[in-house]
Design a protein. Structure first.
Length: 461
């Protein structure tokens, strides 16, 4: 006897318990944090760059699931591809055959990466990074990986070894042999390479934490130094890849840069099926998989599954057919220019930076005495509170979802779906202007909320 499973009925009966269920069975700090900052919303549905709540109010998504929703939510082309692959009832994951979809997706990815030759498919960005680290150490025979200060490459043990944020690393030692170098400092890189034990440098062309771009010439200079010392360049494009910065990859903004290994994930999923990919040069793959005895020396149980491959193929089709990368470039330039024009108006607004639709808004110490004293009060409690004070009214008053760019940073990172246009730019800039007007007017709403955040910060120490 079988019992029918009805997902719709289950959600109707138990969906209202979402925060209680999470607090009881998952990360109990997440619902606590969301309630503290007023983010404990209940979203009923989503499409494109918007969510809707039970009252029918729309919310503009400027976070895109930390970059996963490159095409927005529920793109019809991706949905159809997934329906098609499920209806096809393919003989998937037999482990001892060669299905067509992985080869087709690899072919399409490599067409955007003409200096690379082969692909390994895993299930996430951190797994793509793990693969690159493992391959680099094997083919060079060297143990040490270099990474840049403030980097974020994932939270599994290997990726954590090249994570530049101590808050993530603390308590999880020992990690892999690693050394941090400042982003943009070629002299520091050269010093580390002299020992002859470095396998690779892994770098985000634009760092997600703080939205800091590698200086002009750095990637090419690093590549030349690494190759001179027989080490590899790994580009982490998990967040910046697939059009986010206005080119297919962010490293393509600098002429002559051809990384040995490239990691992608996030947007390749279409927002549906987790997938990661590590692209590399032919000689690297042939050295790792050097004989039939080593055919499974690196693999993933769910890697290359049909649903993920179909989603990836659909995503690349949309990127190519709907000029998504060009839209990201043009819309990003419009958004950045509109926000940059506000730096002269608001003394709390220190900088606007980034490329394409990956933009960092940084706040800094004001000049006027009244604002300076309030700023100092927040900084004394916890760096990053002012940025959170901006994020909260954007959601509460203007129904726009954003978030800070990293812990203890006065930076908001905008990484919206790549499909947004002028209407969404207008809505965000108008809302941001309203919030900044409030912060500079001496009004009490934002600063009163700041006091609440201070109390919470002190309580969590």
């Amino acid at each position: 006897m079988t019992t029918e499973f009805d997902l719709g009925r289950l959600l109707a009966e138990r969906g209202a318990e979402r925060y209680e269920l999470h607090g009881e069975y998952l990360n109990h700090q997440l619902p606590r944090m969301l309630r503290t900052i007023g983010f404990d919303k209940v979203y009923e549905r989503a499409e494109g760059a918007y969510f809707w709540d039970a009252d029918g109010d729309d919310y503009l998504d400027m976070l895109a699931g930390f970059g996963v929703m490159g095409l927005g939510r529920h793109h019809p082309v991706v949905r159809k591809a997934l329906h098609d692959v499920l209806d096809a009832c393919l003989a998937d994951l037999t482990r001892f055959d060669c299905q067509p979809l992985p080869g087709l997706l690899a072919e399409r990815l490599l067409a955007h990466s003409p200096h690379l030759d082969r692909v390994f498919f895993g299930n996430s960005g951190t797994e793509a990074v793990e693969t690159a680290l493992k391959f680099a150490r094997f083919v060079t025979g060297r143990p040490r990986i270099l990474y840049c200060e403030h980097a974020f490459h994932g939270l599994t043990t290997g990726a954590l070894s090249v994570n530049g944020e101590s808050g993530f690393r603390d308590g999880f030692a020992p990690l892999l042999p690693d050394t941090a170098v400042p982003l943009g400092d070629l002299d520091a890189l050269a010093r580390e390479l002299r020992g002859g034990d470095v396998a690779a440098l892994i770098v985000e062309p634009i760092q997600g934490k703080g939205v800091h771009e590698a200086p002009p010439g750095y990637l090419r200079g690093a590549q030349e130094l690494l190759h001179r010392h027989k080490a590899l360049l790994i580009a982490d494009e998990v967040q910046t890849g697939l059009g986010r910065t206005g080119d297919f990859y962010a490293y393509q903004h600098e002429e002559g840069v051809e990384p040995d290994l490239v990691c992608v994930a996030k947007a390749l999923s279409g927002g549906y099926v987790p997938v990661g990919a590590t692209l590399g040069k032919d000689w690297i793959f042939k050295k790792v998989y050097s004989s039939m005895d080593r055919v499974l020396v690196h693999s993933a149980s769910f890697g290359s599954n049909a649903q993920a491959m179909a989603a990836g193929l659909a995503v690349l089709s949309v990127l190519e057919n709907e000029q998504i990368v060009a839209n990201a470039r043009a819309t990003g330039e419009l958004l950045k220019s509109r926000l940059s024009a506000l730096t002269g108006k608001y003394e709390l607004l220190a900088d606007v930076r980034g490329r394409g639709l990956m933009i960092g808004i940084e706040f800094g110490r004001p000049d006027s005495l009244k604002l300076r004293s309030r700023w100092a009060m927040l900084q004394a409690a916890r760096k990053g509170l002012f940025a959170q004070m901006v994020v909260v009214p954007l959601l509460r008053r203007h129904r726009i979802l954003t978030q800070v760019s990293g812990d203890h940073l006065e930076v908001i990172k905008l990484i919206p779906p790549l499909i947004i246009g002028e209407r969404e730019v207008d809505r965000f800039v108008d809302a941001f202007t309203d919030v900044m007007d409030d912060a500079h007017s001496g009004g009490g709403l934002m600063w009163d909320f700041g006091k609440t955040l201070i109390k919470q910060a002190v309580a969590n120490r």
